[in-house]
Design a protein around this ligand. Structure first.
Ligand code: ADP
Ligand code: MG
Length: 278
């Protein structure tokens, strides 16, 4: 088996003594090239975990390895360069006055030479389908467009890992859809490892692997379909996907719908077949 790209070992963390431990002896491995979804109720520790991985906050005990490097004061900058992060609020992520300057910002900081910078910014904006907005002001953009620009700013730095912390939470369904599609394409192109923290169970169902975080503990870990079939997501303050609720409802009404998880398409196919026989 390939070395995990992220390995968290026996992590313990609290913001303060009074508030208690957010993580207590927490361990997790993330495989190279994996799309890991993380779901969990508000306050379960998702953002704290992301901040610990990029070294924005420091663990009280335990080890974090990123791409073979042990996270510490000496490696934190190198590790941060290897991890791109997109946060929830599209309006807090702009530093440039126009879109292309914003995307170039990180490259300028790294001292990347002009020609290379222009090329990467152009490529990045094309990849997130924002090339036509290169000279637009951020205020003119929709939430979804802003998040895609933020993603471009991350991708031009060529990270191996991208963490999306509720990056689609404030977007409308269309904006969400476009963002997810772009992330998928970038993952494909660069072989990225993606960690997507989300409240959106439909989005989470696209992950290769899903973990359910409950008060700093892993309450579920597996293929999204298995998690939805087994875990009672309501117990963790989460909602089941709409199509899963429909499936459960039909079963409860005595229809012979299968008990195991069906994707939206599978459920639809089952319903069509059932109706054509009725
Ligand atoms: N800056 C902070 N200072 C103190 N406590 C915090 C801070 N940020 C988060 N917490 C607490 O840590 C716990 C985990 O929060 P967080 O990681 O933000 O959860 P999530 O992202 O899953 O909603 C919660 O109990 C929250 O109140
Ligand atoms: Mg959070």
């Amino acid at each position: 088996m390939k070395e995990p790209i992220i390995s968290i070992e026996n992590l313990t963390f609290s913001y303060s003594q009074e508030t208690g431990k957010v993580f207590d002896d927490f361990s997790l491995e993330v495989a190279q090239g994996e799309w890991l979804g993380i779901i969990g109720a508000n306050g379960s520790g998702k953002s704290t975990l992301a901040k610990l991985i990029v070294g924005l906050i420091e663990a009280d005990a335990g080890e974090i390895y990123v791409d073979g490097l042990s996270l510490n004061e000496e490696t934190v900058w190198e590790i941060r360069r290897n991890i791109g992060m997109v946060f929830q609020n599209p309006d807090n992520q702009f530093v440039g006055a126009i879109v292309e300057d914003d995307v170039a910002f990180g490259l300028e900081n790294l001292g990347v030479e002009r020609e290379e910078m222009v090329r990467r910014v152009n490529d990045g904006l094309t990849q997130v389908r924002m090339k036509d907005y290169a000279t637009s002001e951020p205020v003119k953009l929709s939430g979804g467009q802003k998040q895609r620009v933020a993603l471009a700013g991350v991708i031009v730095l060529r990270p191996n890992i991208v963490i999306l912390d509720e990056a689609t939470a404030m977007l409308d369904p269309k904006g969400r859809q476009e963002m997810i599609q772009v992330v998928r394409e970038l993952k494909q192109e660069y072989g990225l490892t993606v960690i997507s923290i989300t409240h959106d169970v439909e989005e989470a169902s696209l992950a290769d692997r899903l973990i359910v975080l409950d008060k700093g503990k892993i309450a579920g870990d597996g293929a999204p379909g298995d998690i939805y079939a087994r875990a009672n997501l309501e117990d963790y303050g989460l909602d089941s996907p709409f199509h899963t609720k429909v499936q459960q409802e039909l079963r409860a009404k005595g229809l012979p719908v299968p008990g195991h998880y069906l994707s939206r398409e599978e459920l639809l196919a089952w319903i069509r077949q059932y109706l054509s026989r009725a």
